[in-house]
Design a protein around this ligand. Sequence first.
Ligand code: PEP
Ligand code: MN
Length: 327
Amino acid sequence: MLIVMRHDATDEEVREVMDLVRGQGYDPKPVPGAERTAVCVLGNKNPVDPSPYESLSGVLECIRVTKAYKLVSRDTHSENSVIEVNGVRIGGDRMAIIAGPCSVESRDQLFKTAEFLASKGVKLMRGGAFKPRTSPYEFQGLGEEGLSLLGEVRSQFGLGVVTEAIDHINFDVVEEVADIVQIGARNMQNFSLLRRAGKSHKPILLKRGISATVEELLMAAEYILTGGNANVVLCERGVRTFSAHTRNTLDLSAIPVVKKLSHLPIIVDPSHAAGNREFVIPLALGAAGVGADGLIVEIHPDPEHALCDGQQSLHFETFSRLLDQLP
Ligand code: PEP
Ligand code: MN
């Protein structure tokens, strides 16, 4: 249930509502809005009786929230959430661009990429240090050595770093370096990782699971918000279907649907959707067309020799062309 306060409700009146929620054995979550505050009631298994709240001064109305997600829903927060990282507003008026290699492979590879991105005015760089590979025999990333290289480019080039945590155990070291902690598709429903992300003071990039519905994506995000971290960026990266002409099927319809249901920003990863660099630009332009809040794109100084996802990584010149074509 959502208890909406009057626009002139005092802090004392909000506190009274929160105390009553607690007194009834539930968890109150204040949701400040531009016009008025609301208090979301969490932790109830059955519908909550609104009458004791409706009689409190300062309460405008009680709204029953029947969806399985509440804090990520537009019902509890009607305005778009904007998450600002390194001067980039994700969810604002302009598309946010994140680019970089799939994996951190070497100092040379990372510094070349960072220098190029800085020259293009791109302020957020991706690069996996811990890689969730489908096969245990594939390159697993440089781990902590990769993180320290990311830390170096962060300070040398002023880039915000986006890098993945693959379990709740390595979350601490990733969080120290990352400006945005990525949770990958294979981990969208790793609940201990989601709970740990909820305690983080860093924004989280949550990618849609390989076969996850939009509702499952939103419920995964809800785990992070209920933990206290409201800075979540969602990512559509394609889902598995019967079609095999691309690595995954980019579900562009998810963008307007998510934007209707949730206030959280959603970006698109055309690289993991396409699996082939030839199709990255058209999918990225499609994402812009359906109102995505940004893109995360894999690029590499020498994609033919990349240790991971080279076939879908753009050469620098192609990425420059994409930047030129974006609205
Ligand atoms: C990645 O971003 O490199 C990655 C592994 O993506 P996904 O989790 O979407 O497969
Ligand atoms: Mn990749």
